[in-house]
Ligand binder design. Structure first.
Ligand SMILES: *[C@@H]1O[C@H](CO)[C@@H](O)[C@H](O)[C@H]1NC(C)=O
Ligand SMILES: *[C@@H]1O[C@H](CO)[C@@H](O)[C@H](O)[C@H]1NC(C)=O
Ligand SMILES: *[C@@H]1O[C@H](CO)[C@@H](O)[C@H](O)[C@H]1NC(C)=O
Ligand SMILES: *[C@@H]1O[C@H](CO)[C@@H](O)[C@H](O)[C@H]1NC(C)=O
Ligand SMILES: *[C@@H]1O[C@H](CO)[C@@H](O)[C@H](O)[C@H]1NC(C)=O
Ligand SMILES: *[C@@H]1O[C@H](CO)[C@@H](O)[C@H](O)[C@H]1NC(C)=O
Ligand SMILES: *[C@@H]1O[C@H](CO)[C@@H](O)[C@H](O)[C@H]1NC(C)=O
Ligand SMILES: *[C@@H]1O[C@H](CO)[C@@H](O)[C@H](O)[C@H]1NC(C)=O
Ligand SMILES: *[C@@H]1O[C@H](CO)[C@@H](O)[C@H](O)[C@H]1NC(C)=O
Ligand SMILES: *[C@@H]1O[C@H](CO)[C@@H](O)[C@H](O)[C@H]1NC(C)=O
Length: 416
């Protein structure tokens, strides 16, 4: 028989001790009225969706009216506990648990939202429900501990960001309240408010998927744009890393992330004077706009636009700069820079390029024209040249010294 559940929605608690908002309590009980999941949390959701022909962001918190759904379960032998919360016009969040001998964790989060809800998603181009999910969203605790995370903890599910905060959670327990010991999330264990003695005031936030502190060198992507006539008008090979500075608790935080060539959809168009390359994904919308100076027969990157969501923010960051002149090259030639190059777009946004080669407007035979190398690459080549020259000089000196020495000793030999 299916476990009959007493799913209790407790009253929303106002947790004054924490920085913001109210947490909602959820409890799942088994047949014998024993609690197996108890949790309190707040969530801020941001959902990226299509509004007309533009991308837009809807932000909303988990409402106090959210309730435990009958699909919740303590799990029987062979199945694991699950908490299902429903709210609004058919929105739901399913929290799947799993455990080992020493720990338990949230194995998967599944979020379902309803684009037909015009209050939440005004002018949505699509209608109906959508489902997104995240595996192993880094919510775990030791056995017989409860999990605690007062700091914001971001879980990304495709185009949806769920920022949990003021979280207390325990699964697999048989008491009636939280255990005595807490396992803190890493955001709480290393509070971002702790002042550092580093000379920079900017702190670093790890990227949401527990990426290493410094992102690795980005993967190289190949991007092409055709003009409406069908001819190739932008050809680029490059690895891109974005570096965005934003304000968090009155501090500057830098967010560095790599463009994954497999995740972005390249797109763009070209006119006589402008050539644009747009790299678009669920989390980023990056536009490179090249300008052609016909009098000088040169092209350059004149304009960059970026829209993205920062890890713990709930709104899109939009950066736009139209007064640039990077990657300047004579037409029919390509610009090349293998070394890391930083293109400063604004005070708060720069792009690090790696192994870059790019050409816009006239691309003969769909191949790169002669490459104009950046100064960084030329300096890079200077070092081997200097070392080589120095070595050759050294060999020459040794040789001369040897010859002189030989002559002297020869001469000395004769006098004896
Ligand atoms: C379940 O336990 C609660 C207290 O934790 C009690 O108020 C409720 O009456 C119990 N329900 C059943 C069906 O035993
Ligand atoms: C989605 O929301 C709309 C409007 O609130 C509602 O009419 C519709 O039934 C909802 N869809 C589902 C699958 O519940
Ligand atoms: C959640 O959103 C509310 C308002 O919508 C805001 O006041 C609060 O700071 C947000 N909390 C986090 C952790 O993002
Ligand atoms: C559970 O413990 C919390 C403090 O950790 C307390 O505020 C709450 O009232 C307790 N709930 C019950 C049902 O005892
Ligand atoms: C660009 O045109 C080439 C042929 O000239 C075609 O093979 C390619 O698919 C086109 N690319 C796009 C993105 O339309
Ligand atoms: C990102 O920008 C910040 C602030 O300008 C800087 O301190 C940091 O070194 C940059 N990171 C990378 C990888 O370029
Ligand atoms: C490219 O930049 C030029 C000059 O700033 C502007 O007129 C044009 O609209 C831009 N194109 C796009 C697609 O942003
Ligand atoms: C082209 O370059 C010349 C010389 O630098 C400058 O005077 C002119 O304004 C430029 N034209 C465009 C369209 O950028
Ligand atoms: C979230 O949005 C609210 C209002 O939209 C704003 O007041 C708050 O500062 C935002 N929080 C973050 C972390 O950006
Ligand atoms: C944060 O960055 C802005 C713009 O780059 C700058 O004006 C401000 O002084 C910085 N604040 C701190 C605390 O470094």
């Amino acid at each position: 028989m299916r476990a009959l559940l007493e799913a209790v929605l407790a009253t929303a608690l106002l947790l004054g001790i924490f920085q913001s908002g109210c947490s909602v309590t959820f409890e799942v009980k088994d047949d014998a009225n024993k609690t197996c999941i108890l949790t309190d949390f707040s969530i801020n959701f941001t959902v990226e969706y299509k509004k007309g022909d533009k991308q837009a962001i809807a932000s909303f918190p988990l409402p106090e009216s959210a309730a435990v759904d009958k699909l919740s379960s303590c799990g029987k032998t062979g199945t694991e506990p699950i908490l299902v919360i429903t709210f609004g016009s058919n929105f739901s969040l399913s929290v799947h648990f799993n455990k080992t001998d020493t720990d338990y964790r949230v194995e998967q989060l599944v979020f379902v939202y309803n684009l037909s809800d015009a209050n939440t998603f005004p002018e949505a181009a699509e209608k109906g429900t959508k489902q997104v999910s995240s595996n192993k969203p880094e919510i775990s605790a030791k056995k017989n501990n409860y999990y605690q995370c007062s700091s914001p903890h971001l879980v990304r599910m495709d185009n949806v960001n769920a920022t949990f905060h003021n979280v207390k959670l325990e699964a697999y327990f048989s008491g009636s309240n939280y255990s005595g010991n807490a396992t803190l999330c890493k955001e709480d264990a290393t509070p971002t408010s702790a002042p550092t003695v580093a000379p920079h005031t900017s702190t670093h936030t790890p990227t949401p998927t527990s990426a290493p502190v410094k992102p690795k060198t980005p993967d190289n992507g190949e991007y092409r744009v055709n003009a409406s006539s069908g001819t190739l008008c932008i050809f680029a090979k490059m690895g891109l890393q974005l570096n965005i500075t934003y304000r968090k608790n009155n501090k500057n935080v830098s967010y560095e992330f790599n463009i994954d060539p497999n995740q972005v959809k390249p797109d763009g168009n070209c006119s006589n004077d402008y050539a644009t390359l747009r790299l678009f994904s669920k989390v980023v919308d990056l536009l490179f706009n090249f300008t052609l100076n016909t009098t000088e027969n040169k092209f350059y990157l004149g304009h960059v636009n970026l829209s993205t969501i920062v890890p713990d923010g709930n709104e899109t960051i939009n950066v736009d700069s139209g007064s640039l002149s990077y990657l300047q090259t004579t037409t029919h030639k390509s610009y090349k820079c293998n070394a890391k190059q930083t293109l400063k777009i604004t005070d708060d946004f720069s792009i690090n390029t790696y192994n870059l080669q790019i050409q816009a407007f006239d691309i003969d035979g769909n191949k790169f024209g002669p490459a104009v190398e950046c100064a960084e690459d030329q300096n890079g080549m200077l070092v081997p040249i200097i070392v080589g020259a120095a070595l050759a000089g050294l060999v020459l000196i040794v040789l001369i010294a040897y010859l002189i020495g030989r002559k002297r000793s020869h001469a000395g030999y004769q006098t004896i």
